[in-house]
Design a protein around this ligand. Structure first.
Ligand code: GCW
Length: 682
């Protein structure tokens, strides 16, 4: 039912396996909370709900530790001296947000203890413990010490104040500004709970294409109300700062970052915000990008702009997340090179409380992009990853695409910036070059749809983003496994095929949209469906033809030495690999090279045939996904079953649309027949 959909991965299904259920019952005779904060109360309620739903009976809640087989939870300072001693060395292994879950002998009695340095860390431990149960893992002798590897794990909502959501495909914004601050929608609480359960600790409430009004007292009062709801869940609120706000709402004549009045205006604004939101996170800024105002309007640069804002929030512990998503129509030779060209020289020039936010690839959230060359190339500057959870270029919320596969591919990418092993994950978590600030942002796919994300399986992308932000080394398969068990069923006959379906879904979308390194050939503006023929837009780098460059001789964007030399932005070893046709991974071929239609692929096929067969393979994979889903009826409630069935039917129809449109269009250039195995258009 819709109610099920709404509960996300926190279904707490009754445990079907009798042996597991009885193990849980015998180990969970009572619950003891050692704390009394709002956050401890959330932990307690969550444990009571989770355990009673999964086991069918409520464990006794005790006010003191007595008897054995209790689940005891509380922060370090609330532990008795025996427990303090037991966990002494474990505490040295974790940061402020880490937790410990352990089976211990306390006065010779067996107990399970969840602890951490503060109540929010304990809450993370509670969710981790409940996840063990949701996935039917043994709790007989637990020994888990875990801590997040990044410190800012944040959603970016591209939500406008009129509740429209830029690139949002799941309804309108959750934030009901009109009813705030006095009306607290239950959904705000449920949102915070879902985020806390996967370790997300920040949220940027507003669109990067920002509206200065959010910084007026009328709106800040509403923001304060949301911050108050989120605080006990360990979630900090951040806002986007429109660079021209001092003019628009401050009555100043300029927003020049070097103007003292402007700098003071921001200082006062920060003071005003922190007065009502003492733990306000800071600002996310899109400046001088796609028409947004910024320091360059005044002949200043990104460093001037970021540092001025950084100085305003620094006294209160705030941070500035300054985006590197910039490209200009005045240098349309290769858009992929522009962010690096502009930002790399700024390395080491930003204040300590600035983190530069870089999209995973150099163009824009494509089904597949090689990693952004800035990663690893600014060793003296903390960089945070920006992933897009909402599927702007991947079929909106109609196509089933499991994004952790994409995220993992990026995080595992080898930058070679400090030799082999310099992966993006190590750049992001500060292990390649140590930084105080580390982080991962995800552009949210959440809206006020009953099921939050439009597509029931898009919930897995929100979930997976959170899990990877916590641990960027986690395998997508583990994430899919956890999510399926927590969301649908622990039955292996369901898990195995549906997990395979999720894990192939990302390659399927690449195949039927942009195989072999093709990119940005979606129809223009909305980016839904194919549009490789579009070539009439005012800015050259908005036209799909700019990206595929198909002609009689071949197809692809030559970014090698013989072309725009974008490959030179990578570390020498990576550059060599991408530059050379022999070593360039075929999945990125047409991203880096323009090759003839007769170019021989590793399979021995010509490029034209290989490309056509990839389009067909994508279609076949979606057909297979439909087939897999059709066998799951008995494991899934009828509403979600039906929804996914209808959505997969659309996806299949549209995979064929992509195949047919792209092949028909490119065929005018290749002048070749379709190879055997490619179905004729329908
Ligand atoms: O992906 C593109 C989108 C814009 C977006 C921009 C950005 C918020 O098409 O809608 O604007 O990137 O990331 O700033």
């Amino acid at each position: 039912s819709a109610q099920k959909d709404y509960k996300l991965w926190l279904q707490y299904h009754k445990i079907q396996n009798a042996a597991i259920a009885s193990e849980y019952k015998s180990n969970l005779q009572g619950i003891v909370s050692l704390g009394s904060s709002a956050t401890s109360k959330i932990s307690l309620t969550e444990l009571e709900t989770g355990i009673s739903d999964m086991l069918g009976n409520k464990p006794e809640v005790k006010s003191v530790i007595n008897g054995e087989n209790n689940l005891i939870f509380g922060a370090q300072t609330n532990l008795n001296s025996d427990l303090q001693k037991i966990f002494q060395s474990d505490f040295t292994q974790i940061n402020n947000e880490g937790f410990i879950i352990k089976s211990v002998l306390l006065k010779n009695k067996k107990q399970i203890v969840i602890t951490g340095k503060n109540d929010v860390a304990v809450l993370y431990g509670v969710y981790s413990f409940l996840r063990l149960m949701q996935t039917n893992k043994s709790i007989k002798s637990i020994n888990i010490v875990d801590a997040p590897k990044t410190n800012i794990r944040i959603l970016n909502h591209w939500d406008n104040l009129d509740r429209t959501v830029e690139r949002g495909y799941a309804g309108f914004s959750l934030w009901n500004w009109q009813k705030l601050p006095d009306f607290i929608d239950q959904r705000y609480i449920d949102y915070a709970r879902a985020n806390a359960s996967i370790g997300i600790n920040g949220t940027v409430l507003t669109n990067v294409n920002a509206n200065a009004l959010i910084l007026t007292p009328q709106y800040l009062e509403k923001v304060t109300a949301l911050a108050n709801v989120f605080r006990p869940y360990g979630i900090k609120v951040y806002l986007t700062a429109r660079f021209s706000a001092p003019i628009e709402i401050g009555g100043l004549k300029t927003a020049d970052p070097k103007d003292t009045e402007v700098a003071n205006w921001w200082k006062e604004k920060a003071k005003e915000i922190y007065k009502s939101i003492p733990d306000f996170g800071g600002f996310l800024v899109k400046a001088n990008s796609e028409g947004q105002p910024g320091p360059q309007n005044y002949g200043r640069d990104h460093v001037d702009g970021a540092n001025m804002l950084a100085d305003a929030v620094a006294p209160f512990g705030g941070v500035i997340m300054w985006r590197a998503f910039v490209y200009s129509e005045h240098d349309a030779n290769d858009r992929a090179k522009q962010a690096y060209a502009e930002f790399q020289p700024y390395d080491g020039k930003f204040r300590d409380n600035v983190i530069v936010q870089v999209k995973n690839g150099a163009i824009d959230f494509q089904p597949r992009e090689p990693f952004h060359p800035l990663f690893g190339a600014m060793p003296k500057t903390p960089l945070m990853m920006e992933f897009q959870i909402t599927q702007e270029y991947l079929g909106f919320s109609t196509h089933l695409v499991f994004l952790p596969k994409l995220f993992q591919e990026v995080l595992e990418s080898e930058t070679y910036q400090k030799g082999k092993g310099s992966t993006i994950a190590k750049v992001i978590d500060g292990s390649l070059n140590p930084h105080k600030l580390t982080g991962i942002a995800g552009v949210s796919n959440i809206g006020n749809d009953l099921n939050w994300t439009g597509h029931p399986f898009a919930q897995a992308n929100w979930y997976g983003f959170g899990r990877l932000a916590w641990n960027p080394y986690l395998d997508a398969e583990i994430i899919a496994d956890e999510w399926l068990r927590a969301t649908f069923s622990n039955d292996e006959n369901f898990i195995k095929p549906v997990k395979d379906m999720m894990l192939t879904s990302r390659e399927a979308v690449v195949n039927y949209m942009t195989p072999l390194g093709l990119h940005h050939i979606m129809d223009t503006g909305h980016h839904y469906g194919p549009g490789p023929w579009v070539s009439n837009l005012s800015r050259p780098e908005w036209n799909p033809t700019y990206y595929h460059k198909a002609d009689k001789n071949g197809i692809g964007f030559d970014r090698s030495k013989t072309g725009t030399n974008a490959t030179a932005q990578y570390a020498a070893e990576g550059e060599k690999i991408f530059d050379n046709l022999e070593t360039c991974p075929e999945k990125d071929l047409l991203w880096f090279h323009h090759v003839s239609w007769d170019y021989k692929l590793k399979s021995g096929q010509t490029l034209w045939n290989g490309m056509a067969l990839k389009y067909q393979e994508g279609v076949n994979q979606v057909k297979e996904m439909q087939n897999t889903w059709s066998k799951t009826k008995k494991y899934v409630d009828s509403e979600r079953y039906k929804e996914v069935e209808m959505l997969l039917a659309i996806q299949y129809k549209e995979a064929k649309w992509w195949r047919d449109a792209c092949l028909l269009y490119f065929q005018q250039y290749s002048g070749k027949e379709l190879p055997v195995g490619v179905e004729k258009s329908t």
